[in-house]
Ligand binder design. Structure first.
Ligand code: EPZ
Length: 430
């Protein structure tokens, strides 16, 4: 699948942000840790979520979609703690089923996770955490197996700040015997959201959102109704779209506090950013100013916003430096951006970006989810038509991306065949 677009329109208007994908993935895994019914609201309708729901259904749980954004799960009938279908390998968050099954059933066997190709993505910290709870872990034949006769609380010091490991250990430890302490824990809003969800099921987790999380294990978790927080990165992406297209966009249904790193960077670059109770407005009247960006764990600047901000900087008046300190392979899209006329040099984990006055339309391919979204926005700022290939990546994490962009005034269409591409190009030029 491809997006075909004609650039040049400033994006203007309002966009409503959906539930946080990366919180939802942990929350869906948490939902199977009780035999009672769990209702989850504000679930984004994106591919990664739908793949995980399918895996949960295949393990024997009853999964009922009440509407596009609400799902009811009852895991009483789970018959298998082995998850290994061709889809689950493609998503990273399959690893949350390890923590959830290990906590509830003391055994889990899950295919080694895939996900976006943004660098080597080890799970050693997850396994270290499970072992600290008394589990044995074995990786063989493409599967991760974890097992514990007695799962008991433990002390885990994470060597790297890892969102996935923090959530996974929290899941398992919620139902372990005794107390667990996770030090050097990730502080991302989605870590806090998964902890809140588990607490609403009867877990006893304190300190989520700080470096130290304390968990007192409980024997049983119960049913709940829970609404997922808004997606910080979806919101940030549309905020960057305003900067990239010299537009005026209000993102609604957000928690402005979660967007502070992004808002302050955009202000530094010359955008006007106004915060409301549950909305943020970004107005870009002039060409952006260059700056330095370094990705860091929350509350630092998110790695999932690195490509979007870099695209904005590639149109700025001067030289910017972007340092990627979380994933070593997250600059692959720079070659594609160069085809649109960007002037970029990547050395290791540092990109030096000399801003250009304009991009010109080109055919490019999305290398991963966030870079894919960033390339689309570059195409929307470029002169003439652009085609972004492999947009399946984008669909993993953005609900109705082209629809929301069209509402903001973008000229963009989804095309599956070469004929469609030609047809849309002609209609866009005409
Ligand atoms: C989560 O990935 C997100 N994915 C990513 O979002 C996001 O980029 C990342 O957190 C950082 O915020 C999901 O939530 C499903 P990490 P995760 O463990 O949990 C190293 C998107 O676009 N590490 O916080 O896999 C790792 O290599 C995606 O939505 C270990 O060394 O990331 C990295 O350098 C892409 N050992 C750093 O830690 C481990 O056991 C942070 O990774 C685990 C991680």
């Amino acid at each position: 699948m491809r997006y075909v677009m004609k650039g040049g329109n400033p994006l203007v208007g309002e966009v409503v942000i959906g539930g946080a994908k990366n919180a939802a993935l942990g929350i869906l895994a948490a939902a199977i840790m009780t035999d009672e019914t769990v209702v989850i609201e504000n679930l984004p309708d994106v591919r990664d979520i739908n793949v995980l729901l399918e895996a949960i259904r295949e393990s024997g749980a009853v999964v009922e979609r009440l509407d596009r954004h609400t799902v009811k799960i009852n895991a009483q009938s789970i018959g298998s703690i082995t998850v290994n279908n061709e889809f689950i390998k493609r998503i990273r968050a399959s690893y949350y089923l390890l923590g959830a099954f290990l906590g509830k059933y003391r055994r889990a066997s899950v295919a080694l996770p895939g996900g976006c190709n943004i660098g080597s993505r080890p799970i050693d910290q997850h396994l270290k955490g499970f072992r600290a709870l008394g589990a044995t872990t074995v990786v063989e034949y493409g599967m991760v197996n974890a097992e514990a006769n007695r799962l008991r609380g433990g002390h885990v010091y994470l060597d790297v700040v890892s969102v996935g490991a923090t959530i996974n250990i929290m899941l398992a430890a919620s139902m372990a015997e005794g107390n667990t302490i996770i030090e050097n824990a990730a502080k991302e809003p989605h870590v806090v959201d998964v902890a809140n969800m588990l607490n609403s099921m009867g877990a006893n987790i304190k300190g989520a959102g700080t470096d130290v999380i304390r968990i007192s294990g409980v024997r049983k978790l119960h049913g709940t109704e829970y609404s997922i927080i808004p997606d910080q990165i979806e919101a940030g992406t549309y905020m960057a779209a305003a900067a990239i297209t010299k537009g005026d966009i209000t993102v609604r249904n957000v928690i402005p506090k979660h967007l502070e790193a992004i808002s302050s960077k955009l202000m530094e670059m010359g955008c006007e950013v106004s915060e409301f109770d549950d909305a943020v407005r970004v107005v870009a009247k002039h060409r952006m100013q260059p700056t330095k960006v370094k990705t860091l764990p929350y509350p630092g600047f998110p790695t999932d916003m690195q490509p979007q901000i870099a695209v904005a900087l590639a149109l700025a008046e001067g030289t910017s430096i972007v340092t990627e300190s979380i994933f070593e392979n997250r600059f692959k899209y720079m070659d594609e951006l160069a085809r649109m006329g960007a002037n970029v040099k990547v050395e290791g984990n540092i990109a030096v970006i000399d801003g250009v006055k304009r991009f010109t339309g080109a055919e490019v391919a999305a290398p991963d989810l966030r870079a894919g979204a960033a390339l689309v926005m570059a195409g929307l700022a470029a002169e003439g038509c652009s085609v972004v290939e492999d947009v399946e990546y984008i669909m993993r994490g953005y609900e109705d991306f082209e629809g929301k962009l069209r509402e903001l005034g973008a000229e963009i269409n989804l095309a599956s065949t070469d004929k469609d591409v030609q047809k849309y190009k002609l209609s866009l030029i005409g």
